[in-house]
Design a protein around this ligand. Sequence first.
Ligand code: RB5
Length: 144
Amino acid sequence: MRNIIVGSDHGGFDLKEECRLFLLKDTAYNVFDQGVYDKKSADYPDIAKKVSLAILSGEYEKGILICGSGIGMSITANRFKGIRAALCHDLYTARLSRQHNDANILVMGGRVTGAGLAMEMVEIFLNTEFEGARHKRRIDMIDC
Ligand code: RB5
C-alpha cells in the first residue's frame, strides 16, 4: 500500500474531497485525511504544518495540499527542511515537479484548478519517477 496524506483549508475543501475520493477508488492507496472536514473558515498553516511533519516522519510517501490559491500552503510547507512542495497548475508542472524536483507534496489551488485537470495532475504526480542525476545534485544544493 502507498500511504498518501491529503489536507486543505476551507478554500481547498471541495477539491481535496475530490482528490480523496479519487484516490480511495484505487486500492493501491491508503489515504489519510488531515482535514479540514468542512467549509468553515480555517487557517492553512495549521494543515500545511501537520501534513509536512507527517511526511517528514516517514509515515507517508507523498502529500497533497490545497488552499484557495495554493500559495499559502506552498509557502508554509516549504519552510520545512526536506519538504519540496510544488504548486502546480497543469500536467507539465505536475510531471516536472517529480522528474526534476522530486517534489513530495503536490499543491493546488482549489479556486484555480478544475477537478478534471486536478485528478490527472494527481495521477501524474503520484506515478512519475524522479530522474535523479544532475537534478539530485541541485536538490542537494537547496539545503546548505
Ligand atoms: C483563504 O481565503 C485563502 O486565503 C487561502 O485559501 C489561500 O488561498 C492562501 O494562500
